[in-house]
Design a protein around this ligand. Sequence first.
Ligand SMILES: Cc1cc2nc3c(=O)[nH]c(=O)nc-3n(C[C@H](O)[C@H](O)[C@H](O)COP(=O)(O)OP(=O)(O)OC[C@H]3O[C@@H](n4cnc5c(N)ncnc54)[C@H](O)[C@@H]3O)c2cc1C
Length: 350
Amino acid sequence: MAWDVVVIGGGIAGVSVACELAASRSVLLVEAEPMLAAHTTGRSAAIFAPTYGGPAVRALTAASLARFDAALLSPRPLLWVGTVGEAIAAGAREITVAQACELCPTLRPEAVRAAALDEGTRDVDAMGLHQGYVRGLKAAGGEVRKCARVTGLTRDGTGWRVSLGTEEIQTGLVVDAAGAWADRVAALAGVPTIGLRPLRRTVAIAVGGPVDPSWPLVVDGGDRFYFRPEGPGVLVSPVDETPSEPMDAKPDELDVALAMQRVNEVTTLALRSVRTAWAGLRSFVDDRAPVVGEVPGHPGFAYFAGQGGYGIQLAPALAAAGAAIILGDPVPADIAITADEIAPARLFAG
Ligand SMILES: Cc1cc2nc3c(=O)[nH]c(=O)nc-3n(C[C@H](O)[C@H](O)[C@H](O)COP(=O)(O)OP(=O)(O)OC[C@H]3O[C@@H](n4cnc5c(N)ncnc54)[C@H](O)[C@@H]3O)c2cc1C
């Protein structure tokens, strides 16, 4: 069977844009792994932070809020702390150190120099979001194939022949939502690559002293750590960005130890042991905005990549805007970005 669209990648990027496209096109989603969301999507910290990222990311995050099923979001204020005198994120309200310690009494007042609060931050049910898009895709007649790695992409008339090993599928439009592998997929098609850089980020659940589930998400303004309550422990990250090849990322135990050490320095938590740890690849282009649409001169091949560290929080608006851009329709009016801001062409200018 020939499909109007083949979407490559079963993470949040692929399932969200496939679901939007399936409203008006026949869509097949192919995923290399035996399960969906096996790579970056299954490894996120599941935070929705409106003050995080550059202008395009913030506009997409803001427009996503109303598009989220409210049941998938729960309040979790973000407390920015300056531990070595760094600037605090724009958009957050400055508060005193005493107020910060009242919100999160495990903080050591002598370790905090400045603080600011963003009350618009939320926890996200990231897997609930992902599953909702898979259900939506299937309800619209779309199909999902797992264990289906794209091994070749050949131009065929006005469309493409997609090779899955020995099997071949015809389509008019290929959407490259392959996460850290997006440049590899483009190279299969002979389409210019976008300079995507996968950066490893580590997260662990650590246990030590008592934890209050109502504590905020605490983020160091100098990008040294973040932590938040997670069951009887805390979720910690050293906010690492280690360059990597596209791969099944694994946590380095030194990164885990660094996260615990940095959190122990500013709190009374006395984290001692690690319950579990994982790592994933956050993939960025140079300006750290997503990359959506066709590369000029290569019709029928569209990127939907470069979601970096924001792919969950901006998914609803990026999928709606992305589907419109890919089909040549206007970006929905409530999403305050232009197609040019996220177009691949910006990366080739000059
Ligand atoms: C530790 C960590 C914390 C994070 N925290 C947050 C957060 O709090 N909030 C937030 O919004 N974002 C967060 N992110 C970022 C977010 O997780 C990503 O932006 C998002 O998951 C990227 O989704 P994706 O679909 O592009 O990539 P992926 O989920 O990696 O999906 C890409 C898929 O493409 C498949 N694929 C690759 N090549 C092929 C091929 N040839 N054929 C078929 N399939 C192929 C892969 O198998 C993979 O499943 C975090 C990321 C990490 C690592």
